[in-house]
Ligand binder design. Structure first.
Ligand code: SME
Length: 153
């Protein structure tokens, strides 16, 4: 299903004129994604805290508060510093089921201006194979925009 990522990117850029601190940018980004992407049940961030991720701003049901590096989809994205596109979470070894409704997900690492990983963007869907190559491209662009916008982590 095609989403208007250009519109979402323009919106998050205009909100960033008001604040470029990580928390408000990520809070509004999770709301923008959650309310504009069809067929998703969670959109938000986990923040790097030493060797683990801790829950950041999100929209959706209650979620795990901390995730060890290398655990689940988010922990793997953190450990490998690589985007994880998972068509069926039940096939992903060690997947953490915060919400039993989730069936597919995408996780994208975010970096500061020095290239250090600071957070991951996690979007979950109740639909298997929810995220197409177009979604992957649009969301990577969206995440890249956040990296450009955020001045203070
Ligand atoms: N699905 C994630 C856990 C976080 S929640 O689903 C919000 C994972 O396996 O990393």
């Amino acid at each position: 299903m095609a989403s208007d990522y250009e519109m979402l990117i323009a919106q998050i850029k205009s909100l960033a004129n008001i604040s470029s601190d990580a928390i408000p940018v990520m809070a509004n980004a999770s709301s923008l994604l959650f309310y504009n992407l069809p067929e998703i049940n969670w959109a938000g961030f986990y923040m790097v805290n030493g060797e683990e991720l801790i829950l950041g701003p999100f929209q959706g049901r209650l979620a795990c508060v901390s995730i060890k590096k290398g655990r689940g989809v988010c922990g793997t994205a953190f450990y490998k510093d690589e985007v994880q596109l998972v068509p069926d979470v039940h096939d992903f070894p060690g997947h953490i089921a915060c919400d039993a409704a989730s069936n597919s997900e995408i996780v994208i690492p975010l970096h500061d201006k020095n290239g250090t990983i600071k957070a991951v963007l996690d979007i979950d869907s109740p639909v298997k194979n929810r995220f197409s190559i177009e979604d992957l491209g649009g969301l990577v662009q969206f995440a890249y925009t956040l990296e450009q916008i955020i001045e203070k982590w």
